[in-house]
Design a protein around this ligand. Structure first.
Ligand SMILES: Cc1cc2nc3c(=O)[nH]c(=O)nc-3n(C[C@H](O)[C@H](O)[C@H](O)COP(=O)(O)O)c2cc1C
Length: 231
């Protein structure tokens, strides 16, 4: 069964959040095309993921067979989040820009998902590239919103964009290759003018189209898999 992991990171509630609006459109359209899809919802905006601390790091870097009960307890949420990522074929992420980067709650999620022995291995025998991701073959859709504008490559504020490059850099921990990321962003939110409206309209249209395209591809891929198995 196809699995879509929906992550919302806006601190705003549904009726005031542009990114929640976009993740909602994406999920709805995806399900219209692929109704058998299992949807996992992880709302780190409403239920922020706690920042990692020295106990988390100690536990994560202790071999599983040597972990005390407190270490297992400390890693329980991380285990749960990693299970959700592992199950997902597609991750749709509502990622607002906060202070030019990602919301702290979303960074908290990444810090719990990027875990040695779980989502990556580390081996100095691999020389200057000791980190190797464990998961692969997933797709990431980043649905963002910004108050200002010009954050896309070549834009007037591209050099200030610490959100999109950070997500691209970390995506391998979620099993996503750099070429398998789609980013759609609403801009001009703070201006509330015609440019904002045009940006909203374009983002909604692109989100709908992308959901239909990805769902269609995913359905035909799983159909081909079943056929190959003679089902
Ligand atoms: C705490 C906070 C920080 C923000 N920082 C930025 C920023 O650095 N650059 C920007 O263009 N917009 C910034 N904004 C505007 C948001 O990106 C914009 O309101 C967006 O719509 C938020 O997503 P949401 O509607 O899903 O909550 C900020 C908003 C908040 C609440």
């Amino acid at each position: 069964m196809l699995c879509l992991l929906r992550i919302d990171a806006s601190a705003q509630l549904q009726d005031r959040s542009l990114t929640r609006h976009l993740t909602g459109i994406f999920t709805q359209r995806f399900l219209a095309e692929a109704p058998e899809t299992k949807v996992i919802v992880r709302d780190v905006g409403l239920h922020p993921i706690p920042a990692i601390d020295h106990r988390f790091i100690h536990a994560a870097f202790t071999a599983p067979v040597e972990r005390d009960t407190w270490m297992q307890d400390r890693l329980a949420l991380s285990d749960e989040l990693i299970e959700e990522v592992t199950a997902a074929d597609i991750i749709v992420m509502g990622a607002p820009m906060y202070n030019y980067g990602m919301p702290a709650a979303l960074k908290g999620w990444i810090d719990q998902v990027a875990r040695i022995g779980k989502t990556f291995s580390f081996d100095l025998a691999r020389g200057d590239t000791p980190i190797e991701p464990t998961l692969s073959g997933k797709r990431l859709v980043v649905l963002s919103a910004r108050g200002e504008f010009g954050f896309a490559p070549g834009g007037v504020r591209a050099h200030l964009n610490a959100l999109d490059p950070a997500l691209v850099a970390c995506a391998h921990y979620f099993g996503v290759a750099a070429g398998d990321i789609d980013t759609i962003a609403i801009e001009y939110q703070e201006f509330k003018d015609a440019r904002f409206q045009a940006s909203c309209d374009a983002a909604e249209r692109r989100t709908r189209d992308l959901a239909l395209t990805l769902a269609g591809k995913a359905v035909s891929r799983s159909g081909a898999r079943l056929k190959a198995r003679g089902a």
